[in-house]
Design a protein around this ligand. Structure first.
Ligand SMILES: Nc1nc2c(ncn2[C@@H]2O[C@H](COP(=O)(O)OP(=O)(O)OP(=O)(O)O)[C@@H](O)[C@H]2O)c(=O)[nH]1
Length: 202
């Protein structure tokens, strides 16, 4: 079976639930007291989809401005991005434009696939962003869209799988010409450890 290595990013306002979505997807756990990400956190997960083994390296970036150093390197070479807002926070929804601008500025693959995730849909009585508002924003910006909850698992697996499925349908995104363009997970991880703090605030 072919193995495809993909780099995915998770971006969005602080507190939207980026680390929680990643933790749910990679470990199937949820931590109500998860701490803010400093710099970047990084997880690898293998997924078999469309008769391909995909080795996903998923970069969870800090939403807080003061922890965002070396921003361009988060974006370099990414084939897919998950843009997260909190459906119980209008502010996090309104922050999406800024994240899209940052993506436009730094992404090196301009045809990368974007998935918009409305997180925290379990907080039904506190909802501030309707499904149709989310869907409309996604359509306007050529993104996939899913509503999810890292807490209840709703939509989480689907969000990652749909994104990967769409990337696999776009071979130009991951077929590489030579070693210089390929993304080597092990090498990149070593760089992370040496370059900046890839940890959670305790
Ligand atoms: N009810 C509910 N709470 C959630 C959900 N996802 C995350 N949370 C909570 O929201 C808070 C923020 O979650 P994080 O995953 O740290 O958010 P983040 O986007 O990674 O934040 P930064 O690291 O600061 O960028 C935590 O208290 C989580 O437990 C969800 O689906 N439902």
């Amino acid at each position: 079976m072919d193995t495809v290595s993909l780099k995915l990013l998770i971006i969005g306002d602080s507190g939207a639930g980026k680390s929680s979505l990643l933790l749910r997807f990679t470990n199937d756990t949820f931590d109500p007291d998860v701490s803010a990400t400093i710099g970047v956190d990084f997880k690898v997960k293998t997924l078999v989809l469309d008769e391909k083994r995909t080795k996903l390296s998923i970069w969870d970036t800090a939403g807080q401005e003061r922890f965002r150093t070396l921003t361009p390197s988060y974006y370099r070479g990414a084939q897919g991005v998950i843009l997260v807002y909190d459906a119980s926070s209008r502010e996090s929804f309104e922050g999406l434009e800024v994240w899209l601008n940052e993506l436009d500025t730094y992404a090196t693959k301009k045809d990368l696939i974007k998935m918009l995730v409305a997180n925290k849909i379990d907080k039904t009585s506190e909802r501030q962003v309707s499904r149709s508002d989310g869907l409309q924003f996604a359509r306007r910006n050529s993104m996939l869209f899913i509503e999810a909850s890292a807490k209840t698992r709703d939509g989480v697996q689907e969000a990652f799988e749909e994104l990967v499925h769409k990337i696999l349908q776009t071979p130009s995104l991951y077929m590489v010409d030579g070693p210089k363009d390929s993304f080597d997970v092990s090498q990149s991880h070593e760089q992370d450890q040496g370059g900046w703090c890839g940890c959670n605030l305790t």
